[in-house]
Design a protein around this ligand. Structure first.
Ligand code: ZN
Length: 279
């Protein structure tokens, strides 16, 4: 049985923030933020482990944390929803924990107030529709229902960049001297850029997982494609968690099974071909 609690790694910049917080006399603020982020991420990770997903590690970053999951596998939609919700859900009960801790000698009204303020700020920030925050991931999941995998990913990242730009303008206007905010914005921008770079790899992984999946998805997508459409363009029309039936426009034949086509492609049986060649 896999361990329920994964490995935890702290990003070097997070160490710097902890050190700066300690040196400037904000030890409580830093410790509280650290604890809230850690419990939030454990929420995602433990739920993922519950569904027997592979959780590589939890990384604590300056703007929060990331539960790194093995994305080579395809997971049912309901599991993805629950793993996503399990993080912010921790921020809902955490104020009660802080309230209960007021019975302890070292936890006074001051700590409780800091805790409440940080917890709500982290929760609200985390729900902004910006990748890789939970709000951005939620937006991505909704887009995956409406658009094919590749397009949904691109739209989620483009929207995130736009929303981050607006957030940046608001941040400059309200807190022009906050270095923390600039660190956070830079990190998110870098995360969006990195994700954009690995998108072709993510797409191949999705296709590979789909082609080898034994699972029969309930959602059925019928794709009508013109003859001579390159196979790469056909695959770009594939949706997540769906079966595909492909029909070549103007041809009278039975539909092509999207999974069989992807499978044949990875076996090297239809490299460089168009959909008509494959027929
Ligand atoms: Zn989260």
């Amino acid at each position: 049985m896999t361990r329920l609690f994964p490995k935890i790694r702290i990003h070097p910049v997070f160490w710097l923030i902890i050190a700066a917080g300690t040196l400037t006399g904000h030890l409580w603020d830093t410790t509280i933020a650290f604890t809230i982020v850690l419990i939030h991420e454990l929420g995602h990770a433990v739920m993922a482990r519950w569904f027997e997903w592979k959780v590589i590690e939890i990384e604590l970053l300056p703007f929060g944390g990331v539960a790194k999951l093995d994305e080579q596998e395809e997971h049912p939609f309901y599991q993805e929803c629950l793993v996503l919700i399990a993080g912010p859900l921790q921020n809902v009960w955490l104020p009660l924990l802080s309230y209960a801790m007021m019975a302890l000698p070292f936890w006074g009204t001051e700590q409780h107030q800091i805790f409440l303020a940080q917890n709500s700020a982290l929760l609200l920030f985390n729900l902004l529709p910006i990748w890789p925050l939970d709000g951005g991931r939620l937006l991505h999941m909704v887009l995956e229902i409406v658009y094919p995998f590749k397009h949904a990913y691109k739209r989620a990242l483009c929207f995130s960049l736009g929303a981050l730009f607006l957030f940046g303008i608001l941040a400059v206007w309200r807190y022009p001297l906050s270095i923390n905010l600039w660190v956070i914005i830079s990190f998110i921008m870098l995360a969006i850029y990195k994700e954009w770079r690995v998108l072709p790899l993510r797409f191949i992984r999705f296709l590979l997982a789909f082609s080898g999946s034994k699972q029969k998805f309930l959602r059925l997508k019928r794709l009508a494609v013109p003859e001579e459409t390159p196979l790469a363009d056909v695959f770009a029309m594939y949706y997540k968690n769906a079966e595909h039936r492909i029909r070549i426009v103007g041809e009278n034949h039975s539909d092509i099974d999207g999974k069989v086509l992807a499978n044949e492609y990875f076996k090297g049986h239809c490299e460089g071909k168009t959909i008509s060649d494959w027929r």
